[in-house]
Design a protein around this ligand. Structure first.
Ligand SMILES: NC(=O)C1=CN([C@@H]2O[C@H](COP(=O)(O)OP(=O)(O)OC[C@H]3O[C@@H](n4cnc5c(N)ncnc54)[C@H](O)[C@@H]3O)[C@@H](O)[C@H]2O)C=CC1
Ligand SMILES: CC(=O)C(=O)O
Length: 315
């Protein structure tokens, strides 16, 4: 038996719920939204497809229904408008989260929390600082989505299975994110050497991969999708459901998710994404993977940029 509560039944919350039902991720899913009609409608629509899925109870509820949840997912908030940065959203969504935290802490004090609403690193920090819950139970989805975008882009470029691509996006889920290319490899071959190892396909891969272009593509992906269809929700839903699966499977898994820094890479008192081990109890630890000097400086820059935002917020 596994119970998940989703706060916010908008595009992201509803798509997470749907993805979970189709994947059989949980046996009970509660959807809570300030707009009760919306959560009722979404839960009903998803429920009517359940005869074709693994048994699941999915319903719209109130905070009381979050009781005994294993995982609570926070997607409530205002979404980015075209042209708006994630940080522009900060105080608005901090204020929304402020009203929600006391109710969640009251009914689901033992749950593992996954923060998805933006700006995700700031809201994860707010959750850590103000909820009183253990930090290892608070996970921001962070750059798991950016990492998925990177892996899918590299797999397209090299025409290779995404699962063979091991590359990560670190830092803020936002404009100061970056790829530590020194860690990136395909099937254990450092990415810088991979092209030279290819025998037949080199000509279809020209021009050569330009790392900066890939990073820009990743950073701009969310904004470009929002411009085209108004919101992003499929890839983030797949990413969040993957985090839940890692938790339920109790198999320790490395993910780039956001959590409180405590001196790793000399950074503290801010939440951002580095390689993190996630297991049944939430965050099990962080891997301080070796970064070169330039990468360490980029991580520090990302942390400083988040701290600059935090100091101007009323959390
Ligand atoms: N971390 C990530 O990788 C991603 C984060 N997001 C973020 O997720 C959030 C949700 O995005 P969408 O679902 O597209 O937005 P949406 O506008 O479709 O849904 C937000 C939902 O939150 C609800 N809500 C607002 N205030 C609430 C409150 N006080 N209590 C309960 N529910 C409340 C609204 O009624 C609405 O149904 C946004 O902040 C967005 O930027 C979106 C995509 C990726
Ligand atoms: C909306 C957002 O944060 C993203 O798609 O990256």
């Amino acid at each position: 038996m596994s119970k998940i509560t989703i706060i916010g039944a908008g595009s992201v919350g509803a798509t997470i719920a749907y993805t979970m039902v189709v994947n059989g991720t949980a046996s009970e899913i509660v959807m809570i939204d300030i707009n009760g009609e919306k959560s009722l409608g979404e839960a009903l629509d998803i429920r009517q497809g359940t005869p074709f899925c693994a048994p699941v109870s999915i319903y719209a509820g109130s905070y009381e229904d979050a009781k005994d949840s294993d995982i609570v997912i926070l997607t409530s908030g205002v979404a980015r408008k075209p042209g708006q940065t994630r940080l522009d959203l900060a105080q608005t969504n901090v204020n929304i989260t402020k009203t929600i935290i006391p109710q969640l802490v009251k009914y689901a004090p033992d749950a593992i929390y996954i923060v998805v609403a933006n700006p995700v690193d700031i809201l994860t920090y707010q959750f850590c600082k103000t909820s009183g819950l253990p930090e290892h139970h608070i996970i921001g989805s962070g750059t798991i989505l950016d990492t998925a975008r990177l892996r899918s882009r590299l797999s397209e470029y090299y025409n290779i299975n995404q699962q063979n691509v091991h590359a990560y996006v670190f830092g803020e889920h936002g404009d100061t994110s970056f790829v530590p290319w020194s860690l990136a490899n395909i099937s254990n071959i450092p990415i810088t050497q991979y092209r030279a190892c290819l025998k037949e396909d080199k000509e279809v891969l020209s021009p050569e991969l330009v790392y900066e272009e890939v990073e820009t593509y990743i950073r701009k992906s969310g904004g470009k999708i929002i411009q085209r269809k108004g919101a992003t929700f499929y890839a983030v839903a797949a990413s969040v459901v993957h985090i839940c699966k890692c938790i339920f499977s109790a198999t320790d898994t490395t993910l780039t998710v956001s959590s409180m820094m405590h001196g790793e890479y000399g950074i503290e008192d801010v939440c951002l994404s580095t390689l993190t081990v996630v297991g049944r109890e939430g965050i099990k630890g962080k891997l301080v993977a070796p970064l070169n000097e330039q990468e360490q400086a980029l991580l520090k820059k990302s942390a400083d940029s988040l701290k600059d935002v935090i100091k101007n917020l009323d959390i």
